[in-house]
Design a protein. Structure first.
Length: 250
C-alpha cells in the first residue's frame, strides 16, 4: 500500500511538472508571436487569407538550364532561334488547350505527332460528358530543362509559365469555374526537330510522322513516299518542331 502511494505521488509530480513546462512554453511562444505581430488570432487568419488571395494571381516560376543549354544547341544547330522556338512552344500548348475546349484537334502542324493521343483523350471526355474551357491564354516565361542531339534529331524539354480562365462541366453541372481570376500554372513539354531523316529511326521512337496528303502514318520516312496514297513527302514537312509530350504541373 505504501509503495502504491509513493508511485502515485511520483506520477502526479511528473504530471504537474509537465504541465508547468507546457504553460511556460505556451506563454513564451505567445509572447514571441506577439512581438512578431501575430498575437491577434484574427490578424493571423487575415494574413493567411491575404496570402491565399495573392497566390491566385502569382505567376508560377519556371526552372531550367537555359543559359547552359542554349549555347550547346546553337553549337550543334547554328540556325536555332530561341525566340522562334518559344513561339512554337506557345503555339503548341495553345493548340492543345483550344483542342480540349472545342472537342476537336486543332489543324496546326505542331500537333501532328500527338494528334492520335489528343483525339483519344477528347473522345474519352465526350463519352463522360466532360466539357472544359480554356480562355484568354497568356504566357509569362520559358526555361529549357533538357537537350539532346541524337539519331538525326534535336530533342528539347522546356518549362513554361502561363495563365488562363478555366471552366469545367461534368454532365452539364459546373464543377470548376474560374471567371473572376485566372489559373496560374506551368507546363513541361518535349519537342523534336528531325534534321536528318536518313539517320532518324522512327520505328524506335514514340514519334509518328503523318502524310501531309492523307494523314496516314509514315512507317519509313526515308522512302519520301506515302505507302498508302503514293504522295511525295518533302523534307520540309519533316524539318519542323513537333511537340511529342506535355504535362500540366499544377
Amino acid at each position: 500500500m505504501e509503495g502504491l502511494i509513493i508511485f502515485l505521488a511520483i506520477f502526479l509530480g511528473v504530471i504537474v511538472f509537465l504541465l508547468i513546462i507546457a504553460v511556460i512554453i505556451y506563454f513564451k511562444l505567445k509572447m514571441s508571436l506577439s512581438e512578431l505581430g501575430f498575437g491577434d488570432s484574427k490578424k493571423i487568419i487575415s494574413m493567411i487569407k491575404e496570402s491565399e488571395e495573392e497566390a491566385k494571381y502569382r505567376h508560377k516560376s519556371v526552372s531550367g538550364l537555359t543559359n547552359i543549354l542554349v549555347p550547346k544547341i546553337i553549337r550543334d544547330f547554328p540556325n536555332f532561334n530561341e525566340i522562334e522556338f518559344y513561339n512554337k512552344v506557345e503555339t503548341s500548348i495553345t493548340g492543345i488547350l483550344n483542342s480540349l475546349s472545342n472537342n476537336k484537334v486543332s489543324s496546326i502542324k505542331e500537333l501532328g505527332e500527338i494528334r492520335t493521343n489528343l483525339e483519344t483523350l477528347i473522345q474519352s471526355r465526350v463519352a463522360s460528358d466532360i466539357k472544359e474551357k480554356y480562355e484568354d491564354i497568356k504566357f509569362h516565361s520559358h526555361a529549357i530543362k533538357d537537350y539532346k542531339n541524337e539519331s538525326g534529331a534535336l530533342l528539347i524539354t522546356v518549362n513554361s509559365s502561363l495563365e488562363y480562365y478555366y471552366e469545367k462541366k461534368v454532365k452539364g453541372k459546373v464543377k470548376v469555374a474560374r471567371k473572376d481570376y485566372k489559373k496560374q500554372t506551368s507546363f513541361t513539354s518535349s519537342f523534336v526537330y528531325i534534321y536528318d531523316p536518313e539517320k532518324y529511326n522512327i520505328s524506335k521512337s514514340s514519334l509518328s510522322v503523318h502524310c501531309p496528303n492523307c494523314s496516314a502514318p509514315l512507317k519509313d520516312i526515308k522512302l519520301r513516299i506515302c505507302e498508302y496514297c503514293g504522295a511525295k513527302v518533302e523534307d520540309i514537312n519533316l524539318r519542323s518542331w513537333y511537340i511529342t509530350k506535355y504535362k500540366e504541373n499544377f
